[in-house]
Design a binder for this molecule. Structure first.
Ligand code: SAM
Length: 258
């Protein structure tokens, strides 16, 4: 497939990717990243997809942030199965697919109309081995076709870490990883999630802090934390719990005993 590449945008993407994550996309990948940006901004006029529409900000906060996972997980030339829980407008799933085309990606969300948009994106960009699935994580995490079927589970900006672990870890194969994209508050959430991680069959593998290079106005909001949790045991069949329990009665450490 051929893309007409806007030279300034192309140079900006290549420079920022190389500087921030040490990876330079080729011309096809750059064309796909620009096209995805254009489609998102256009659709955003009629559907709530993102608050970020300025090109440079979009590249940093959506693209570089999504790809930053490579700081804790090597994805180059890997054909891992990966599910993005609460993908929304396709983050981090679409940028990961563009940069690592061998991945087998499932974009999962409870909001159907965002997935209809992502189906259009997949078609227009000519992406293969990527699919959208509509549902609630609490329900699909119990289904045989989804439970413990993914090498990697990722999620960004969906819920606090404790309920998020209950929603996400059931999808992860034993031997696989759940990687949560967080801001700096993630460190406090991680303390609270210690029990949940263990109860759900996980083990904290690594955390990595980094600063997203952003403009001055976002200086106080540029800290990021990647939390990598290994799945070391199958998740007990009683999780995820239904009826909103992961949120109403999260699997915290008993705070009174801290
Ligand atoms: N991950 C994207 C990002 O970082 O830009 C979207 C974040 S958006 C704030 C949260 C998304 O999670 C929404 O699209 C919402 O529909 C989805 N979501 C929330 N709870 C969910 C659940 N229980 N199961 C599936 N999707 C869920």
């Amino acid at each position: 497939m051929e893309y007409i590449v806007d030279q300034d945008k192309s140079t900006y993407i290549k420079t920022q990717f190389e500087k921030s994550i040490g990876l330079i996309p080729d011309d096809i990948q750059v064309g796909q990243l620009i096209k995805f940006y254009d489609m998102t901004v256009e659709k955003n006029k009629v559907m709530n997809l993102t608050a970020i529409t300025e090109f440079e900000e979009f590249v940093m906060k959506h693209y570089v942030d999504s790809i930053a996972i490579i700081k804790v997980m090597d994805l180059k030339d890997k054909s891992y199965s990966l599910i993005d829980i609460g993908t929304g407008a396709g983050f981090p799933g679409i940028p990961l697919k563009i940069m690592f085309p061998k991945l087998n990606i499932t974009l999962f969300d409870s909001l159907q109309k965002r997935l209809v948009f992502l189906d259009e994106v997949i078609r227009e960009l000519g992406l293969k081995n990527i699919t959208t699935v509509h549902g609630r994580a609490e329900e699909f995490g119990r289904k045989l076709d989804y439970r413990e079927k993914y090498d990697i589970v990722v999620s960004r900006a969906v819920a606090e870490l404790t309920p998020l672990c209950e929603l996400s870890l059931p999808f992860c194969k034993v031997g696989g990883f759940f990687i949560s994209y967080k801001g700096m508050k993630g460190a406090e959430e991680l303390v609270d999630a210690e029990r949940a991680i263990k109860v759900l069959g996980g083990k904290l593998e690594e955390t990595l802090e980094f600063i997203l290079p952003v403009t001055e106005k976002d200086e106080n909001n540029s800290g990021r934390l990647l939390i990598k949790i290994g799945k070391i045991k199958p998740t007990d069949s009683k999780y995820p719990r239904g009826g909103g329990k992961p949120f109403k009665s999260p699997l915290y450490i008993d705070k009174s005993s801290k």
